[in-house]
Design a protein around this ligand. Structure first.
Ligand SMILES: Cc1cc2nc3c(=O)[nH]c(=O)nc-3n(C[C@H](O)[C@H](O)[C@H](O)COP(=O)(O)OP(=O)(O)OC[C@H]3O[C@@H](n4cnc5c(N)ncnc54)[C@H](O)[C@@H]3O)c2cc1C
Length: 577
């Protein structure tokens, strides 16, 4: 009864805050979506956010390209082999001498197969392709190939394999572990020209497309069909579905729709020797032997090049709510998560968190953003999204959840988006953290899976170790047990690195966590994989790599330690003919 009174009071009053200490009044608003995307039912209240906020998704894609030209305290000097990398330079493996170097006959062959426009030797374009999104790693490849069909991918891989030319598959180049750029002079095979949608079944929601389709384009395509992609991430404007599959990207919707191991129904993959594996099924159930596609989901281009993807997409639902909430302590964030799972159940679609350091950084570094809860600072912020099919039902559930959270003291403040501008601006805060870190200087970036109750202990211990030398910033997908721990400094410094590593990996390993929740292993963590996988598991991975890529030409130096690969013979290419 008490709650019902509180809810009806909520709905009558229009304060922008859920928990306004001054007036002790709260307000809740819901919005619904139309066929053209999100539109809002109640537009009458709340401070307006800037136009920039409304279309942050589009802006994000532009910004990613813009930021490629943005230095982070690292001097760029053209074809230098490496930027100063996150890992110490000493840990970068030696170039494998068995790999051939490109000659004029190779260029002629590639031009014959791909035509002039598929063979890129232009220095500026190569400079971009040799540099990762964070500008931490830089390769020195002299050649990028842009195939337009599976057959072309097959032909060029067959040729590279026969010549022992090492290659790096590249998608949108938004990866955060140095996996998408060459370490030395590997040939870059960029899949971006393979960007056709091949079919969409409006009844089953199964989309089949080429691997180079940009995630945001797929999201827009499906929006018109009344569906959504089962994954969404801040890099959507540049990353490609082939890159998403190859990294097994998690992102903002994993809590609701699960990992790509669940939603990818089929793949077409080209192996190192040019063999095309047609596993492009569209069936939900198919128990005929080993399900090989799973080997390629998350293998980061080390086992084959993904050329086509078949993916199950969920229908777009009509009622979406986004709430930006504040908690005093981390324990309250955990309790709110538990309550959200219990009370919001099937409509909960995202549960993200950021700490005060992350919030301060975003507001300081990114233009056009404002604090949705400006009356005071809070130690923790939580973004909750619900997605359902019946507005009144969803609203009732959210109201009940919020009222109880306020009354029990778990929330110290909060606001529910009243229109698309506000919802976008709330998301922009959370999605903008990587960009804000990039602008702030150098970042030591860790992407960890940990038991949620332990997660923030690591952050606090790290602050204790580093003192004033660094800004320790924590945010992430709390609903998935995924912490993004970022240590932000003016510039890279081996002294600081030695205080962070191996401590961070040992700590995670002790909790039986994962040193890579969703970003992959890449170059950054290839030699660290044993913190999360047993020696026997790593050896089995190396044996699989050897079977599928006998000469080790696919994305060398990444994912697995080179020492293990050479033990299994996986990095011993046959001699040049
Ligand atoms: C702002 C920002 C936010 C991000 N948010 C998230 C997030 O929430 N969740 C998350 O999981 N990641 C996130 N990432 C990391 C990154 O966007 C993802 O890993 C993404 O899936 C990479 O896709 P891509 O097309 O850019 O791949 P790339 O960066 O080009 O490549 C990544 C890896 O996949 C391989 N690869 C690429 N394409 C193919 C292919 N067709 N066949 C075989 N191998 C291939 C590459 O060799 C490389 O090892 C974020 C990155 C940024 C910059």
């Amino acid at each position: 009864m008490k709650n019902l009174t509180a809810v009806s009071r909520l709905l009558r009053r229009s304060s922008r805050s859920l928990f306004d200490r001054r007036s002790n009044l709260t307000f809740l608003g819901a919005f619904c979506s139309s066929s053209s995307g999100l539109s809002y039912k109640s537009l009458q209240t709340c401070e307006q956010f800037t136009q920039d906020d409304c279309f942050h998704k589009k802006v994000m894609s532009k910004r990613i390209y813009f930021l490629r030209g943005y230095g982070v305290g690292i001097q760029s000097n053209g074809l230098r082999t490496h930027h100063r990398s996150l890992a110490s330079i000493a840990s970068t493996p030696e170039r494998n001498k068995s790999f051939a170097t490109i000659n004029s006959d190779d260029i002629s062959y590639f031009k014959k197969v791909l035509g002039e426009r598929g063979v890129i030797q232009d220095e500026e374009k190569l400079d971009d392709a040799n540099t990762d999104w964070m500008r931490k790693y830089k390769g020195s490849s002299k050649l990028m190939l842009q195939p337009r069909s599976t057959q072309e991918v097959s032909q060029i891989l067959d040729y590279c394999n026969s010549r022992c030319l090492a290659v790096v598959p590249q998608g949108g180049n938004t990866g955060l572990v140095g996996g998408s750029i060459p370490v030395y002079d590997e040939v870059i095979i960029n899949i971006g020209s393979m960007n056709n949608i091949l079919s969409f079944d409006k009844v089953s929601g199964i989309l089949v497309c080429e691997a180079g389709c940009i995630l945001e384009n797929l999201i827009s395509f499906l929006d018109n069909e009344g569906y959504i992609m089962p994954l969404d991430l801040g890099a959507k404007g540049s990353c490609q579905i082939g890159g998403n599959v190859s990294t097994n990207a998690g992102g903002l919707r994993l809590l609701r729709y699960g990992s790509l191991h669940g939603s990818v129904l089929g793949l077409e993959v080209v192996l190192a020797n040019g063999t095309v594996l047609d596993m492009l099924g569209t069936l939900r159930k198919d128990n005929t032997g080993y399900d090989l596609k799973h080997l390629f989901i998350g293998s980061e281009g080390s086992l084959g090049i993904v050329t086509k993807v078949s993916i199950l997409t969920p229908p777009k639902l009509s009622s979406v709510n986004v709430a930006f909430l504040a908690c005093e302590d981390y324990l309250s964030c955990q309790k709110i998560l538990l309550e959200a799972k219990r009370k919001l159940g099937e409509i909960l679609s995202a549960f993200e968190f950021l700490d005060i350091n992350a919030m301060d950084l975003v507001l300081k570094q990114l233009d056009g953003l404002r604090d949705p809860l400006p009356s005071s600072k809070h130690n923790f912020y939580v973004l909750i999204e619900t997605t359902g099919s019946m507005e009144s039902h969803d609203k009732e559930k959210l109201e009940a959840f919020l009222v109880q959270a306020i009354e029990s003291g778990l929330l110290t403040d909060g606001v529910v988006a009243q229109d698309i501008n506000q919802a976008s601006s709330f998301w922009r805060i959370r999605e903008g953290v990587p960009e804000a870190l990039l602008k702030a200087g150098a970042t030591y970036k860790y992407d960890l899976s940990l038991p949620p109750e332990k997660m923030y202990d690591l952050v606090e211990e790290m602050r204790g170790r580093l003192g004033a030398a660094a800004n320790v910033v924590a945010y992430g997908h709390l609903g998935d047990g995924n912490l993004h721990l970022n240590i932000s400094t003016q510039q890279y410094d081996d002294n600081i690195l030695s205080k962070i590593e191996p401590f961070v990996y040992e700590w995670t390993s002790k909790q039986r966590g994962s040193i890579s929740a969703e970003h992959g292993v890449g170059l950054m963590k290839a030699s660290k994989i044993h913190y999360s996988k047993s020696a026997e598991t790593v050896q089995t991975m190396a044996a699989i790599k050897k079977v599928l890529d006998h000469n080790g030409i696919l994305n060398p130096y990444k994912v697995l330690p080179t020492s293990v690969l050479s033990e299994s013979g996986g990095q011993e290419p046959k001699k040049e003919s």
